[in-house]
Design a protein around this ligand. Structure first.
Ligand code: DC
Length: 210
């Protein structure tokens, strides 16, 4: 079984997908880490994240340990990931890896295009959203909890920039699959979002049996 959990940055996909994976006994993959690791390797090479040749080389030579680096988050890593994710060749280079992972034992995978491109036939698709303001508040709190000085307005501007870049790219843009179930977490905490997602999955399964 593949459960696709797509949606914009900081909508609560990661927390939700991890909990769903545990509840359903499925492996979990945060596919954003792939793009983050590629973006980071481009920065390591001293190149511009929009440099397609360097980004493709980084994607083709990605190693498992690159996904465990401690410097894959933060504003610079965020924008570098979003820039390399807009390149068709980079996306193509990472496609097989994602499909192999999912096909091995089933999976809950979170990202932007799991339900539209990677697994269009996924058994269940959730599109998780929240308003930009709520997402910025969550991200801001997260940064403060980690002791990182951050300005709310700047966090909100960065979220809006990244949304625009992810939504407007010509290849695999961020959008709900036609058969995705929408989950707006603006007014939900992590427990409520998990309960709502489980209810959606159960309703879908029941409808499939009817
Ligand atoms: O989910 P995240 O914030 O860690 O993702 C980082 C960037 O990678 C984000 O700007 C969009 C991109 N991404 C993507 O294009 N496709 C995915 N399946 C996952 C992430």
């Amino acid at each position: 079984m593949i459960v696709a959990v797509d949606g914009p940055a900081a909508a609560g996909k990661g927390t939700l997908a991890r909990r769903l994976a545990q509840a359903l006994g499925l492996p979990y993959m945060d596919t954003g880490l792939l793009y983050r690791a590629v973006g980071r390797r481009v920065l390591d090479a001293g190149a511009d994240p929009r440099d397609a040749a360097v980004a493709l080389r980084a994607a083709e030579t990605l190693r498992a340990e690159d996904l465990h680096r401690a410097d894959l988050r933060g504003p610079i890593a965020d924008m570098a990931a979003s820039a390399v994710a807009a390149m068709p060749a980079v996306r193509a280079a990472l496609l097989d890896f994602q499909r192999r992972f999912g096909r091995a034992q089933g999976a809950v995978m979170d990202g932007r295009d799991i339900g539209t491109v990677i697994f269009p036939d996924a058994e269940a698709k959730l599109f998780v959203t929240a308003s930009a303001e709520v997402r910025a508040t969550r991200r801001h709190r997260e940064l403060q909890a980690r002791g990182v000085a951050a300005d709310y307005d700047q966090v909100l501007a960065e979220i809006r920039d990244r949304d625009a870049q992810d939504v407007n790219r010509p290849v695999a843009p961020l959008k709900p699959a036609p058969d995705a179930m929408l989950l707006d977490t603006s007014a939900l905490d992590a427990d409520a979002a998990f309960a709502a997602a489980m209810a959606l999955l159960a309703a879908r399964e029941q409808a499939g049996r009817a």
